[in-house]
Design a binder for this molecule. Structure first.
Ligand code: BF8
Ligand code: SF4
Length: 655
């Protein structure tokens, strides 16, 4: 472990006390973390930051001079527009592929379950299974749950290929939305197909028209949001239960000094669900007691943590930037990982402690980690082996070195679409009525990651706070959900922080003003919800008073989400600049041109106050379009006095 130079004080790196304590601890012990490595990388490449570098072939690598003095074409002749569009397209394909391959793993396990070839799984929500099956044309009457499940698995497997003209779940989108996709030629046909085609198009000498490339990038994103991610969410609900409101806890305080602590990190509930079950096995609890621990404490990190919290109320230790810091508590026996957002660095950090890093996916190995290959066919047995391995590490814990900072914060999760509609009495009507009456102005999905370039969680919290103060209901997923949980925004009492209209609605329903909708694949729930609202009103999604925001995004998956959210008609504000500014044409298309194609655009605004103001005006404009009175936001509680320029690429806000 190398000690590296410091990059400012811990308070400037995270707004959370638990993170600050651990960052200081890491520095004191000379353990490098993500912030140290970010400092070591400075200055980062300006060409890459603008999207102007290309290494798609061996005539390159090439770069375009953004100042117009050096080369304006790569060796093949590609200009800035082509290179930026190709890079963005590949990013979206990587993100879509990640979500969709996660969905495929669940689908394959679901098929195995239906055929009786798994251990540790069962159909938990039969009603949902039958509902989805009916939706995609599988006969359900008079058939066993296994028969229905086998046929449903077959239909959804076909969505990965190219055997139909459009994905099964695109039928959930309003007719007007599907017409827009058809008119633009971006109806997603097959999940794998769109991703493969994106890689084909971005090979040297294929798609050399940036508009054409970017339209396909939207289609690739749609294959994620209405395909791979939606399959992941729906089948996870069938296999592990459709979430209902549940209380839990968050931050490093969820670790226990006197128990075997196991952190589940990654994304796929196939693994985390059986680990939760194994940790309750009386034989394993007894084994833990035999080595001196009082019990087994499973906690979550990142999206797999969200999956466990949503369905089982399992506490969550933190979001993306906590994955190294949780190791520095010295209190973890094992960090069990599958895939996505798992920093390779955790292996090095864990070496400073007794903690075992246990990798489980044969497609995601970590040099230096203990690999226990996970297989749904033996899920229960593998889970038992993993928990046993964690217990065996407990005697090696150095109790004198354990440092668990602070007390956990309470948070509520479990707001599936079914739960939200359930809370409303089974129909969107009360929500629509509250929006029409103006007590709720609209709704915003605040989603995505942490990024060490920003103080951890600050933008999530600031943006959300301003939105709820303005009577805007906020739905959260992924690391944005964990950030809001830590800040105390996600308990019913937090309605006291909301504006008077939203507050009254939340108090009447007993819900927080910030609703936890799940992991990142569960952004597909938001698609289902907006489709239901649009259908109820007889409008298209782009007419709804809603918006999206990814204030601290870092990952390719987040870009894929942004692509399908915008392509579905929801304008989305990014807090971190994407690498597109090397091409003014691409920027103009994303910021303006898409309005005429899908009725929504991208906006980049790192200042949460300005992002909130933009969103509030956007929502008021959409309300006006529905015949509802426009209320000028500056009469609301948003500070509009700051006149610093916005880094805005969308419909301009005059500051
Ligand atoms: O899928 S929000 S940092 S953990 S990418 Fe990753 Fe981003 Fe977190 Fe979940 Ni989503
Ligand atoms: Fe250079 Fe063109 Fe090859 Fe890219 S595809 S590396 S721009 S020659």
């Amino acid at each position: 472990m190398s000690g590296t130079s410091t990059n400012g004080r811990s308070k400037s790196l995270s707004i959370n006390r638990d993170a600050q304590v651990m960052i200081d601890q890491a520095r004191a012990e000379g353990i490098a973390t993500v912030w140290d490595r970010l400092a070591d990388q400075q200055p980062q490449c300006g060409y890459c930051a603008l999207g102007l570098s290309c290494r798609n072939c061996a005539m390159g690598p090439c770069r375009i001079d953004p100042f117009g003095e050096g080369p304006q074409r790569g060796v093949c002749g590609a200009d800035a527009d082509v290179i930026v569009a190709r890079n963005l397209g590949r990013t979206i394909a990587a993100g879509s592929s990640s979500h969709s391959d996660h969905g495929r793993d669940i689908l394959e396990a679901f098929g195995q379950l239906a055929r009786g070839e798994t251990t540790g799984y069962r159909i938990v929500d039969e009603e949902k299974l039958r509902r989805i099956a009916g939706e995609v044309g599988v006969t359900t009457d008079g058939r066993t749950v296994e028969e229905v499940a086998i046929d449903l698995a077959d239909v959804l497997q076909e969505d990965y290929g190219t055997r139909r003209g459009s994905l099964s779940f695109t039928a959930r989108a309003p007719g007007a939305r599907r017409d827009k996709w058809e008119a633009a030629g971006i109806t997603p046909r097959g999940i794998d197909r769109e991703n493969v085609e994106m890689l084909h198009r971005t090979h040297m000498g294929v798609d050399n028209d940036y508009v054409n490339t970017l339209l396909h990038a939207l289609r690739t994103g749609l294959s994620d949001g209405w395909g791979g991610s939606m399959i992941a969410t729906e089948l996870s609900d069938v296999m592990f239960g459709t979430p209902t409101p549940v209380m839990s806890e968050v931050n490093l305080g969820v670790l226990k000094t006197d128990q075997v602590n196991i952190a589940m990190h990654g994304h796929n509930p196939l693994l985390s669900d059986v680990i939760c079950a194994a940790a309750q096995d009386p034989d394993l609890v007894e084994l833990a007691q035999s080595v001196g621990a009082k019990g087994i404490n499973v906690v979550g990190l990142c999206c797999t943590g969200n999956e466990m919290l949503m369905r089982r109320g399992v506490p969550i230790a933190g979001n993306h930037l906590m994955q190294e810091l949780v190791l520095i508590t010295g209190a973890l026996e094992a960090m069990v990982v599958d895939y996505q957002c798992i920093m390779p660095s955790i292996v090095d950090v864990a070496k400073c402690y007794h903690t075992k890093i246990i990798s489980t996916s044969d497609k995601a190995k970590f040099t230096g980690a203990t690999h226990i290959s996970f297989d749904p066919g033996h899920a229960a047995e593998v889970a038992e082996r993993i928990v046993r391995t964690a217990i065996e590490a407990y005697p090696d814990r150095n109790h004198g070195r354990v440092r668990i900072p602070g007390q956990p914060v309470k948070m509520m999760g479990g707001f599936s679409v079914e739960a939200i509609l359930g809370a409303l009495g089974g129909t969107p009507k009360p929500l629509v009525d509250a929006i029409a009456a103006g007590s709720i102005r609209g709704a915003v999905a605040v989603v995505g990651c942490n990024n060490p370039k920003l103080p951890q969680d600050l933008e999530h919290i600031e943006l959300t706070r301003r939105l709820i103060e303005n009577d805007i209901l906020v739905l959260v997923t992924g690391c944005a959900a964990v950030a809001n949980g830590k800040s105390g925004h996600m308990v019913p009492e937090a309605s006291a922080m909301a504006g008077p209209g939203l507050r009254a609605v939340c108090e009447a329903l007993g819900i927080p003003p910030v609703l936890h909708v799940g992991s990142c694949v569960d952004n597909s729930r938001i698609m289902v919800l907006v489709a239901a609202l649009a259908d109820y009103l007889g409008v298209d999604i782009d007419q709804l008073p809603v918006a999206g925001a990814a204030p601290e995004w870092y990952s390719e998956k987040a870009v894929a989400i942004g692509a399908y959210v915008v392509a579905s008609g929801i304008t989305t504000v990014l807090g971190v600049q994407p690498p597109v500014f090397g091409s003014p044409h691409v920027v103009d298309l994303l910021a303006n041109g898409l309005e005429g194609v899908v009725g929504a655009t991208f906006v980049v605004e790192p200042d949460p106050a300005k992002a909130a103001l933009f969103i509030r005006r956007h929502i008021e404009t959409k309300r006006q379009g529905l015949g509802l009175p426009f209320v000028e936001p500056d009469t609301m509680r948003i500070d509009d006095n700051d006149s610093a320029p916005m880094v805005l690429i969308g419909a301009a806000v005059e500051g």
